[in-house]
Design a protein around this ligand. Structure first.
Ligand SMILES: [Zn+2]
Length: 351
């Protein structure tokens, strides 16, 4: 394994950011290659500890000559967000300097060619970081961006062009759900990893072996030794299933049996009032249409001081908020409905 350090210039003299990149060389140039990054949203750490648990497995495979394809790993992809504290609270989702989501604004290239990346000499540091992460990842057949939700089940976002071809990956990782998306105009890292392949010749796109996904490893508090070990095994199974690592002892993943739904089926349930959320449901619950999802106490102790929110359709509770204070209009949870949502906002990439 080879370790190198990337440096991202800050926007004033004397300020710069660093992050390590870990690389395994493959023994077979024809084998698929893989890129893994975690904590682009810098406080989302289940993927960080999953990578930490994966590394000894890869080191062993390397010692035994079983790493076939090149593997590039960025265990903590966002040194800018990692260092952002605002009044003692970590802020890893938005760049404080530009108020931009760290997982938006990636360049959406017309082809997988790093020469098309914009010049970021005079850009903001977060744009420099995004450009560099995309440059590091482009050209790999498999690109995994490890995130987590607030509270939730493990699930994947996958572009429709890769489904059902990626069902083996979902099965290997043991996630509970897959959300399929079509359009990314905001430039998520996943969008920037798959859109460049949509209009290039088939021998460049290689959809037979391409993998790109945002992995949502449950909730922000699910940073746990047992879960990390299980997630590392899932990542390892994916690398073996796709031929990056050879391991004849490992069984091929079975069929994916989790929930698969287009983003248009997600109901986010905006809160009608600001207040204290009292949930009736947890991630993993199946609900019927009309089931009570939550009560919001907005005028405590007063008659009629609370309001209730009901399921607009039957489905699976995928996520909910980790904090219990809410403003009017903020989303309460993700309900993966059995059919298309009536909420006009549904269909957009949420991470
Ligand atoms: Zn995230």
């Amino acid at each position: 394994m080879h370790r190198s350090i990337e440096r991202i210039a800050g926007d004033s003299e004397g300020v710069s950011y660093e992050f390590p990149v870990l690389r395994f060389e493959g023994t077979d140039e024809a084998a698929p290659s893989a890129y893994l990054q975690a904590a682009l949203h810098a406080g989302e750490l289940p993927g960080v500890v999953a990578i930490d648990a994966l590394m000894p497995m890869l080191a062993r495979a390397e010692a035994e000559g079983r790493i076939r394809g090149a593997i590039t790993i960025v265990p903590w992809a966002n040194p800018i967000g990692r260092a952002q504290y605002h009044f003692g609270e970590h802020q890893g989702r938005f760049h404080l300097g530009t108020r931009t989501n760290f997982n938006r604004g990636f360049p959406l290239l017309a082809a997988p060619d790093t020469a098309l990346l914009p010049d970021t000499t005079l850009a903001t540091p977060d744009q420099r970081l995004k450009s560099r992460l995309l440059q590091l990842s482009l050209g790999h057949d498999i690109v995994l961006d490890l995130h987590c939700d607030d509270e939730g089940l493990p699930y994947l976002y996958i572009h429709t062009s890769l489904w059902p071809a990626m069902a083996d990956c979902a099965a290997a990782m043991g996630v509970d759900a897959v959300l399929l998306w079509n359009e990314d105009t905001d430039g998520t890292f996943e969008g920037a990893s798959i859109m460049p392949y949509q209009n290039v010749p088939a021998e460049v796109a290689r959809f037979d072996r391409r993998v790109a996904t945002t992995v949502e490893y449950r909730g922000i508090l699910d940073v746990d030794g047992e879960l990390a070990a299980a997630d590392a095994e899932g990542l390892y199974r994916l690398l073996v299933a796709r031929g990056v690592v050879a391991d004849p002892a490992l069984a091929t993943p079975g069929a994916f049996t989790g929930t698969v739904a287009p983003l248009e089926n997600i109901d986010m349930m905006p809160a009608p009032k600001g207040g204290a959320v009292v949930y009736d449901v947890k991630p993993g619950a199946r609900v019927a249409k009309g089931a009570r999802l939550a009560k919001i106490v907005y005028a405590p102790g007063e008659t009629g001081g609370s309001t209730e929110v009901f399921a607009p359709q039957a489905g699976l509770i995928l996520t909910r908020r980790s904090r219990r204070i809410i403003r009017a209009g903020e989303d309460l949870l993700k309900l993966v409905g059995d059919k298309r949502s009536d909420d006009a906002r549904s269909g957009t990439l949420e991470d």
